[in-house]
Ligand binder design. Structure first.
Ligand SMILES: NC(=O)c1ccc[n+]([C@@H]2O[C@H](COP(=O)([O-])OP(=O)(O)OC[C@H]3O[C@@H](n4cnc5c(N)ncnc54)[C@H](OP(=O)(O)O)[C@@H]3O)[C@@H](O)[C@H]2O)c1
Length: 225
């Protein structure tokens, strides 16, 4: 058995659009997935929706954000930016020694088409400041619309993966592949500003061209693996 499939992934805010889609994809790939929420009953409902979609053949459990973070090896954060700091502070202790995957785009309503980075440089760097030295932080999936995550279609959108170490980025590239997407090591966490900023560019493109799910694709590279 692939050793990575023995890992448990917590998706904090996994009751929402992006988190539920990613949770579905990883559960389908065979991972044990914990859906986290501020209200465990809401997470239990989201988990049973995913189990139903997968016709029972999956391990998905709904619980609180804190319990999910405590029980998982990899913790994925999918909450609106307004809830980013508060959610991270509430699970900070449980994250120590683990890998945090931050999906957050630091959007500041109502100007969603304008890049507005926090003082730390990006949401991912802000996360790193909050959770501290002993947590590897990787940013990923910011440019993947939730739109098709709950479906069976191939996703024509690449994932740029930035983060605090090459090893941590490689771990997340495995999760990207498991979700049925193509991922690229996009370098250190400082590069997250570009990837998170691209989300506003894509929202602008959606608005200008009447689409709902513009994405990105890397061209001109031959992959060895
Ligand atoms: N939607 C997309 O297509 C997409 C694509 C790429 C990246 N993202 C990023 O992914 C993140 C989640 O996006 P989303 O569209 O999934 O968001 P969402 O559906 O609006 O919210 C996700 C979850 O966050 C929790 N939440 C909402 N408001 C909160 C608050 N004030 N305090 C604490 N928790 C709160 C809720 O969970 P509970 O009520 O269960 O606690 C909610 O179900 C965002 O940062 C977004 O920029 C989204």
């Amino acid at each position: 058995m692939n050793e990575s499939l023995l890992l448990t992934i917590a998706v904090l805010g996994g009751t929402g659009k992006e988190g539920k889609g990613l949770a579905y994809r990883w559960a389908k790939a065979g991972y044990r997935v914990l859906i986290g929420s501020r209200a465990s009953a809401k997470a239990v409902t989201a988990a049973s929706e995913i189990i139903q979609l997968l016709e029972g053949s999956s391990s998905v459990v709904g619980t609180t954000n804190l319990e999910a973070a405590q029980q998982a090896e990899i913790v994925v954060l999918t909450v609106p930016y307004a809830a980013h700091r508060e959610t991270l502070e509430s699970v900070k202790e449980a994250l120590q020694g683990k890998l945090l995957v931050d999906v957050t785009v630091p959007l500041v309503p109502p100007k969603l088409t304008r890049v507005q980075m926090p003082p730390a440089g990006s949401a991912a760097q802000e996360a790193k400041e909050i959770v501290g030295e002993d947590v590897e932080v990787v940013a990923a999936f910011q440019n993947v619309s939730f739109k098709y995550l709950l479906g069976e279609e191939d996703l024509d959108s690449d994932v740029l993966v930035t983060g605090t170490s090459k090893k941590a980025r490689a771990e997340v590239l495995t999760l990207v592949e498991a979700a049925g997407l193509t991922g690229w090591d996009a370098g250190p966490i400082e590069n997250s500003v570009v990837v998170e900023g691209l989300a506003s560019v894509l929202i602008n493109i959606n608005k200008q061209y009447g689409s709902k799910h513009a994405g990105i694709k890397i061209t001109g590279v031959t992959r060895n693996s």
